[in-house]
Design a protein around this ligand. Structure first.
Ligand code: WTA
Length: 665
């Protein structure tokens, strides 16, 4: 069953929404939540008709959904369509509709660079910049359905880039700026991007991430990229770059034709199932999955969940600290918040740059009222000390959110007391790249929060926890978390690999979506997610596939075999431990460790660096040659008691040796 990921104390307390919060909340009681949830399942057409009114439809939809279940052999089917017959342009909901209201001059994005400078872009300005970039993409010959890569940092232009693609129906694929050149190359080749949008460099932890140079290295072996648009963030002295004639153009030197500007100003509408973006994420094989999201269902969910979960108002300044390169940034920095006309705070850099007080000073300086961050950051702040937090005036905060990994009750209680001053509701939000939007949460104002529980199903979401034999687990018994029916923002397929989509998600238990997470549901219906139970790790909120790490390691000439496992870690949730066997003539050494670390940096990115590399003569395996990960996890966690059945081990001495080995860190 699921590994224990962070230390947990038993916590039975629960937190009611305050009367003050409840008074203004959109959903103000548990009964109202339940009634609405029931309607969303029993009468989805009516529910979504009522609750998707923010969306600007060019042609109204006529039928809510259509679903073809997975075939018996698990190779095809699992085809979903939502909002059939509807056409729309996502950016009209996110931008144009605000231009005729007071939102026109409201801040859409309030940005602070790591070096301290700030910029504010109103809805008018974001729209203006999106039209200009969209028109330039049209001039480059980009058509609806073409793919465009985005390899940028946390700057407003990254949101502009995504929206410019959406404006003309191009499918964007954002690659997190922490990925290496090789990882970027693989993703661009896989999706066949024709244009790459990037920037000269970005600040991170006081140093410059040379994005354009890394992109150049990737572009040496990409086959489809014709043009590169480069945003000047740093200037030449700080990030020296080369511009390739005929291929590269500076963002600020784009001068779109009048004809394309006219087309971008009055954009086309696309089918509700038109592909909006591809986002690569880790799965249980070495090859990342290109998760494909489409237009109508994704936007409807992003919009409604943002509105109801974060309770956003015109007077709010909302800050989601995720990177826009991950799905949280897509749904809850860009599409969700802009679709509701929110003012979004965006910060370029690290939370402890130049010191651990940075986040709190940002909140004080700009008057942030809603903060959405990850447990790993919360645990780091606890470690850095309360002083950094309490020094700042955080009285503007009124709602807090958590995402990305299970939040341990200690962290929840600290967040509530020290950051929220005891007055802010906390919304934990469970979801995945594949789910597109939040699936489980405690709606603020409506229901009681239980520290450590990720709450109740969002609208349209029906979940279950299953035993290994596929039957529902009784209350409080841990099992596999599944989603019982398709939902509007679900991934439609994996890019160029629909068979993998069906087998990874829809064929393990007939008719239901397998999340890969373990969970239990308590007697009140609250879900307690315990973490991944597949071959995916969650290290500091980053999803890392063990197979990806292993295939990167075995591509190093010195490595014979490798196994990656997670180990509980108080700060990161899970730490990444790799066991490596070297080829005959190679010797384990500090230098070898360094070489393998650099190899991971190059193949994937620094964020995927193992916390420990352990060399071993052989890996413990079953008779059929399968690596016994459970045993390796025990060894990695320092658990030396022989637990479980080891009779299938090929070579018991291998395990004994590993257990005796001192942890060399
Ligand atoms: C984990 C991030 C517990 C989970 C949005 C999931 C969580 C994986 C929570 C998806 C939460 C995310 N409580 N676990 N509130 N939120 N997870 O695709 O294991 O980067 O399967 O999406 O993160 O990670 P992904």
């Amino acid at each position: 069953m699921p590994e224990k990921s962070v230390s947990r104390v038993k916590e039975d307390r629960s937190f009611e929404p305050s009367d003050h919060f409840r008074e203004h909340a959109r959903i103000a009681s548990a009964a109202a939540y339940r009634a609405m949830h029931r309607e969303s399942l029993e009468q989805p057409d009516e529910f979504w008709r009522e609750n998707s009114q923010d969306l600007v439809w060019r042609t109204p939809w006529t039928k809510f959904s259509e679903w073809k279940p997975a075939s018996d052999d698990g190779k095809s089917g699992a085809e979903a369509k939502f909002f059939l017959g509807g056409t729309l342009n996502v950016t009209e909901t996110c931008l144009d509709r605000h231009l005729t209201t007071s939102a026109r001059t409201r801040a859409a994005i309030v940005w602070e660079g790591e070096t301290g400078e700030t910029r504010t872009l109103t809805y008018f300005e974001v729209h203006r910049d999106v039209v200009r970039l969209a028109a330039s993409l049209l001039d480059m010959g980009i058509k609806a359905g073409d793919r465009v890569g985005i390899y940028m940092g946390m700057v407003p232009e990254t949101a502009v880039a995504m929206l410019a693609c959406a404006r003309i129906g191009a499918t964007h694929s954002v690659v997190f700026g922490g990925f290496s050149a090789d990882a970027l190359r693989d993703r661009m080749n896989d999706c066949g991007a024709r244009v790459l949008l990037t920037q000269d460099g970005a600040y991170r932890r006081g140093s410059v991430v040379p994005l354009k140079n890394m992109a150049d290295a990737a572009l040496e072996s990409t086959e489809t990229i014709e043009k590169v648009v480069v945003l000047r963030r740093m200037g030449k002295e700080l990030a020296p770059i080369a511009m390739k004639d005929g291929r590269d153009v500076y963002w600020d030197e784009l001068s779109p034709s009048a004809e394309s500007v006219a087309r971008a100003k009055a954009p086309e509408a696309f089918d509700a199932e038109h592909p909006l973006f591809i986002l690569y994420t880790s799965g249980s094989t070495g090859k990342p999955k290109g998760v494909l999201h489409t237009t109508g269902g994704y936007l409807a969910t992003a919009n409604l969940s943002t509105k109801l979960i974060f309770d956003i108002r015109e007077s709010d300044l909302y800050w989601c600290t995720a990177d826009v390169g991950w799905v949280t940034g897509h749904s809850y920095i860009v599409y969700g918040p802009l679709s509701v006309g929110a003012s979004v705070m965006m910060y370029e850099g690290a939370p402890n740059q130049p010191d651990p007080g940075r986040f709190w000073r940002i909140i004080e300086r700009h008057g942030v009222s809603i903060l959405y961050t990850a447990p790993t950051a919360i645990r780091a702040f606890i470690r850095w000390g309360d002083d950094h937090v309490t020094k700042a005036d955080l009285s503007s905060l009124r709602l807090l959110g958590s995402v990305g990994e299970p939040i341990n009750p200690e962290a929840w209680l600290w967040y509530h007391k020290v950051v929220g001053g005891g007055r802010c509701p906390i919304v934990d939000t469970w979801w995945q790249t594949e789910t597109g939007g939040v699936m489980l949460t405690t709606l603020p104002g409506a229901v009681t929060a239980k520290p450590g529980s990720t709450g109740l199903p969002f609208f349209g979401v029906e979940i279950a926890v299953l035993r290994d034999d596929g039957t529902p687990a009784p209350a409080n018994e841990s099992g596999k978390l599944v989603i019982n029916r398709p939902w509007p923002s679900m991934a439609r397929t994996l890019w160029k690999d629909s068979e993998r989509y069906v087998s990874a998600y829809w064929s393990q238990n007939p008719g239901v979506y397998t999340t890969g997470d373990g969970a239990r549901i308590d007697e009140g219906g609250y879900v307690w997610v315990t973490g991944r139970i597949d071959d995916v790790l969650n290290v500091s909120g980053h999803r890392i596939g063990t197979a990806e790490i292993e295939s990167a390691l075995v591509s190093h000439p010195a490595v014979a075999e490798a196994a990656a496992v997670g180990k509980p870690d108080d700060l990161k949730g899970q730490a990444l431990v790799v066991f490596v066997t070297l080829k005959g003539d190679k010797t384990a050494s500090k230098e070898m460790k360094d070489a393998l670390t650099q190899h991971i940096d190059r193949e994937i990115g620094k964020f995927a660096r193992p916390d420990q590399i352990r060399f071993t003569d052989a890996l413990p395996k079953t008779r059929s040659g399968k690596i016994m990960r459970r045993l390796l996890r025990e060894v990695a966690s320092g658990n030396t008691d022989a637990k479980g059945d080891t009779s299938t081990l090929e070579d018991l001495s291998v395990l004994a040796k590993l257990r005796d080995q001192k942890d060399e860190g």
